[in-house]
Write a protein of this length. Structure first.
Length: 250
């Protein structure tokens, strides 16, 4: 069962969408909660941990995008529901799974639910829950040595030792490997900082996490920076310098 939260500042709109789901899609979806404001929506998402959020774009106190910007690690899919199609392009820039126009038609809802079920099924097969971007795979010494990165086409499984650095780009993370390949994950850098902290990785700068085993040279000049195995030079944030030296020198 896919857990859903409905966010809309209009009572009638929430009622109609909930009724549509309960009448026609109850085998696939369960409405776990509702919210009418930005604050309530953020709280509901954090508390209920839904698989999908049906999100109205135009709210009295702002927009649905304001909600997304307040949640760093979005561990849910987004279906925008709105009467304003001018927001369509911006909606998909947030990697929304679907886009429904009000009044929501059963036919269009069916397409979105099928997409949602297929995507969640595919990605949950690769990890316990996709949006945690779980570290997976154990070596003989019981240390975690692989990172599973789900995406629309399936997932990539990467040995941690192959990762040189990770660079944040808004809600995305670019993962650079020793073979010069770059994989883009639709998760914020903070997600990976939490996952990789105990496995030899360090957030050297607000926008960069490095694999300490791939540091080749440390330079003091210019405030400090490191040269990595792929030739990239990564600037060391001043307030992270002491922690870096402690981690790097052991």
């Amino acid at each position: 069962m896919i857990k859903a939260v409905i966010v809309d500042d209009e009572n009638d709109a929430r009622f109609l969408l909930r009724n549509l789901i309960e009448q026609h899609f109850s085998e696939q979806l369960e409405v776990a909660g509702e919210a009418a404001s930005i604050a309530d929506a953020v709280q509901a998402i954090h508390t209920l941990q839904p698989d999908v959020v049906f999100l109205d774009i135009q709210l009295r106190e702002g927009t649905g995008f304001d909600i997304l910007q307040k949640i760093e690690n979005k561990n849910f899919e987004v279906i925008f529901v709105t009467a304003y199609d001018e927001y369509a392009v911006k909606a998909f820039s947030f990697s929304a799974l679907g886009y429904l126009m009000k009044p929501v038609k059963i036919r269009e809802m069916k397409k979105v639910v099928e997409q949602l079920a297929e995507k969640i099924s595919l990605l949950k097969a690769s990890s316990e829950k996709r949006l945690k971007v779980l570290v997976d795979g154990f070596g003989e010494d019981r240390t975690i040595n692989k990172l599973v990165i789900p995406h629309l086409g399936g997932f990539d499984v990467i040995a941690l030792g192959e990762i040189v650095r990770l660079e944040g780009d808004a809600n995305y993370t670019h993962i650079h490997l020793v073979n010069k390949k770059r994989i883009t994950a639709s998760r914020a850098l903070g997600t990976y900082e939490v996952l990789l902290l105990d496995f030899g990785f360090f957030r050297i700068h607000q926008s960069t996490i490095i694999n300490l085993s791939h540091v080749r040279v440390y330079h003091r000049e210019g405030g400090g920076y490191v040269e990595l195995a792929d030739g990239h030079q990564a600037k060391l944030s001043r307030h992270r310098k002491a922690d870096f030296m402690q981690r790097f020198l052991g």
